[in-house]
Structures are given as structure tokens and as C-alpha cells.
Design a protein around this ligand. Structure first.
Ligand code: PLP
Length: 466
């Protein structure tokens, strides 16, 4: 590749400014102020370019959110048009904007069951927080304020705010911050991988359900407001529960009058081949669904809690006469520009049958990746349609050991050198490419990843890992 040195100087000064001034989400504090970050400056289709002009195939889709690909003129136009017409107005109380109203109608149409009401937020975390508060309100307004405990799972990821980080259960994220522990409870991680598990899926399912029943009994169903669950745990390592788990946990919730919140921030908007996976894939009719990310194809920050009529009718009927307000929301809830983008996004997804495309290429993606399990440093490959991960190991102990993590980091580095971005997390390489990915680019991803795994295997043999 030809390197443009004037640009390169720019990149270096940007890197220096970043190192000096920015505290990134999930920054490595041991390197704060020393190493700057890769500055991504341009993007088109499924590729991004850094400030030096180096191109990378984006196999992480931004952050699970880039679905229609970069540089979509129609999305840019929808944003510009709305910004010209009316960039902002308050969503509070009884004022709204046209895009928010139209989008709510579209989402109610797409959502399963009796989900017909939309509470807009600014992203996934604010939507999860809002759903938990809605569950609290639901029971408190009906005279049951003590029913406010929340069940979550180990390895879940629900966001970066105080409460959503407390709901999340990734061990690596638990640091010196403070976490809510009085009313948040974590069940075991439900991930089940038949390739590496020593027990059957049925046995694992039984264990998980027994544990959930026992935890409900311990806390007391009369004290538990809701259970929150990603149908497939995304950032925790693409963990798929055993067959039947989602529906069986919903049944347990129904039995104990516990609300079920399905966090579809990643699994929704096409990543599993459907606008929402809860019902079509997992037989779930949740009380609330969380959506964000792919809702705007990552072009604008936006989130929403989709609420069933059962909940919204009850909170309206039970609201106190002297204080009937639903005091939850944000200045930028359902921002008009973001909602206009989401409308254009849904229109494109429907017109181009993006979900159908994912149902077609998704299994191919997983099959091609699974062929990498032949490599000695691949412990397992798991995934579903366009969410996947490759788990690395040195052949000694499995899991996020220091050496396995160093090995995965090396794989990541070699991918990057060869023009492919995968998301490193512990000893995993996580992949969630834009939904418009073609078979040819899937082949490219697998070829580069395969070569990176081979190079890292040589390093392991040469003793240069960890
Ligand atoms: N829920 C899930 C399942 C997520 O993966 C994420 C983000 O990765 C969130 C919630 C939080 O969304 P946001 O980062 O938009 O606040």
C-alpha cells in the first residue's frame, strides 16, 4: 500500500491528542496517556479506513450496530433532511415530533404479541434502565412496592450506566466501581456449547431451571419484579443457552408473576435474520423488549423500550390521581433526527429484504468459521447467523487465562495487520459483521482470520506468547 506521509503526520498528531485528552469507554488504564488509539476516519460498505488511509474489513460492525453498511446515501439524506426541517424538539409530556410518532407505529407493527407502546431513549443502556424502572413502577403502582428485585445472569451485558453495569455479569468488567447489589441477583451463565460441554443440553437446561426456581424461592417471588435476558448473550462471549431455555425461563416468570424483559439490543434488527428474534426464534412473548444499535444501523444514537399493552394499560390505570406522571426519560429521548434515520433504516431493510439475506448468509458464515476448529489454538467456534466468536487456547487450560488472552490478542493483531478488524475480548475474537456482508467478504474474513491463527500458532510454538 502507498502511504501518504502528510496524512500520516495527521494520524500521529490525532493519536497523540487522543492519548493526552480522551478517556475511552473501557480504556486500559495501565496505558492511559501512553498509547493512542487507531483513528478511523472514513468508511464505505463493510470497510473502514484509518487516518493513514489503511483499509480494514470491519468484521465487528462498529460495535454490533453497523448493519446496512457505511456510507448509505439514503440514511445520510434522511438525517440531513430532518435536521433541516426540525433538528430537535422536546419529547417530554404531551409534545412530540413527527418522526418519533411514525417510528413508534412502525415498531409496534414489527414487535411480537401485544407489544404496542414505545418508550424512546438515547441508546441501549438508557432503554434497559427505563425498562427496569417501568417494571418497578408496574408493581409499585399496584400496591406492591416491595416487588422490585431483578434477576440477571453471569456474563450478561446490559450497558454502561450504574444500574445496567450492576445487571451485567462480566467478571472482567467488575473493577473499583460500585455496583448495586441489594436488589440485583445473578443466575449462572446459561451458555451451552455442545462441542465442549461434558453434559447434555437437557441436563444443562434442567440445572439452569432448578437454579432459577431455587433463587426465586430464596428471594421470594413476591419480591421479584423482573428477569432480564439477552436471548443470546452477546458481549459476554456469544453464549447460546441450551435449546428451550428462553421459553422455559419465560414460563417460570409467568408462574411467579415476574416480568420478562428481552434485551434484543444485539439480537434484534436483523442480526439473527429477524427484526426481533424473541418470538420467531425463541418462542417468547416478552413483557418488554429492548432495542437500540441496529435500530438506526448505528447511524444515530437511539434506543427504545417496547412495552406490552398489559404493562402500559396497568401503569396507566394504577397511576395515582394526584401524581400521574411517568417520570422517566431524557432530553434526547426519541431525537427526531435519530427517529428519521430509524424510519429510513427500516424502509431499506424491508425493501432489500435484509433479514432474508441474513437468513441466507448467516449459516454460511457460521459453517465457514466452524471449519477453523481444525486449528490447534482454536478451542471452539460458536455463533448464530451474524454473531459469532472464536475462542483461543494454548492447549493447556481453557478459558480466559493470561496466556490464552495473550494468544487471542496476537490473533487480533495479525488480523489487523492483514486488514481485518475483529473484536478482542479476553481469549475470544468476536465477530458481528454488517448484515449486508457478501459470501465473498465472508470468505475473506475467514481466510485472514485463518492465516492470523496460523501465525499465532507459530509464535506459540516459538515460545513468544505470554
Ligand atoms: N444491551 C446489550 C445486549 C448490549 O450489547 C449493549 C451494548 O453493547 C447494551 C445493552 C447497551 O447499549 P448502549 O451501549 O447503546 O447503551
Amino acid at each position: 500500500t502507498v502511504v501518504d506521509h502528510s496524512n500520516r503526520r495527521d494520524h500521529q498528531s490525532l493519536i497523540a491528542a487522543d492519548a493526552r485528552h480522551v478517556l475511552h469507554p473501557w480504556a486500559d488504564l495501565s496505558a492511559l496517556g501512553q498509547a493512542g488509539s487507531l483513528v478511523i476516519s472514513e468508511a464505505g460498505g463493510v470497510r473502514v479506513k484509518d487516518a493513514d488511509g489503511r483499509s480494514y474489513l470491519d468484521a465487528i460492525g462498529g460495535m454490533w450496530c453497523m448493519t446496512l453498511g457505511y456510507g448509505r446515501e439514503e440514511l445520510a439524506e434522511a438525517m440531513a433532511e430532518q435536521a433541516r426541517q426540525m433538528a430537535y424538539y422536546t419529547p417530554f409530556g404531551d409534545i412530540t415530533s413527527e418522526p418519533a410518532t411514525r417510528l413508534a407505529e412502525m415498531l409496534a407493527e414489527l414487535a411480537p404479541g401485544d407489544i404496542n407502546r414505545v418508550h424512546f431513549t438515547t441508546g441501549g443502556s438508557t432503554a434497559v434502565e427505563s425498562a427496569i424502572r417501568t417494571a418497578h413502577y408496574f408493581f409499585a403502582a399496584q400496591g406492591r412496592p416491595e416487588k422490585f428485585h431483578v434477576l440477571s445472569r453471569i456474563n450478561a451485558y446490559h450497558g454502561g450506566t450504574y444500574l445496567t453495569q450492576s445487571l451485567s455479569g462480566k467478571a472482567a468488567d467488575r473493577t473499583h466501581f460500585h455496583y448495586e447489589a441489594d436488589f440485583v441477583h445473578h443466575l449462572s451463565s446459561p451458555g451451552y456449547d455442545p462441542d465442549i460441554s461434558e453434559i447434555s443440553a437437557e441436563e444443562r437446561l434442567r440445572q439452569l431451571l432448578d437454579e432459577m426456581e431455587a433463587e426465586i424461592a430464596r428471594i421470594g417471588a413476591e419480591n421479584i419484579a423482573c428477569f432480564i435476558a439477552e436471548p443470546i448473550l452477546a458481549s459476554g462471549g456469544v453464549l447460546t443457552p441450551p435449546e428451550g431455555y428462553q421459553k422455559a425461563t419465560l414460563d417460570l416468570c409467568r408462574k411467579h408473576d415476574i416480568l420478562y424483559i428481552s434485551d434484543e439490543v444485539v439480537t434484534g434488527f436483523g442480526r439473527l435474520g429477524h427484526f426481533f428474534a424473541s418470538e420467531v426464534r425463541f418462542g417468547l412473548a416478552p413483557d418488554m423488549i429492548i432495542t437500540a444499535k441496529g435500530l438506526t444501523s448505528g447511524y444515530q444514537p437511539l434506543g427504545a423500550v417496547l412495552i406490552s399493552d398489559r404493562i402500559s394499560d396497568a401503569i396507566s390505570a394504577a397511576a395515582p390521581k394526584d401524581k400521574p406522571v411517568f417520570s422517566n426519560g431524557f432530553t434526547y429521548s426519541g431525537h427526531p433526527v435519530a427517529c428519521a434515520t430509524a424510519i429510513a433504516n427500516i424502509e431499506i431493510m424491508q425493501r432489500e429484504d435484509i433479514c432474508g439475506h441474513v437468513r441466507e448468509v448467516g449459516p454460511y458464515f457460521i459453517d465457514r468459521l466452524r471449519a477453523l476448529t481444525d486449528k490447534s489454538i482454536v478451542y471452539t467456534v460458536r455463533g448464530d447467523h451474524l454473531m459469532a466468536c472464536v475462542e483461543c487456547w494454548t492447549g493447556e487450560e481453557a478459558g480466559p487465562t493470561a496466556r490464552n488472552m495473550a494468544l487471542a490478542q496476537r490473533v487480533d493483531q495479525y488480523c489487523q495487520e492483514a486488514g481485518l478488524l475483529v473484536r478482542p475480548y479476553e481469549n475470544l475474537c468476536i465477530l458481528s459483521p454488517p448484515l449486508v456482508i457478501t459470501r465473498e467478504d465472508i470468505d475473506r474474513i475467514v481466510a485472514i482470520l485463518g492465516a492470523a491463527l496460523d501465525r499465532a500458532t507459530q509464535d506459540l510454538r516459538a515460545g513468544t506468547i505470554g
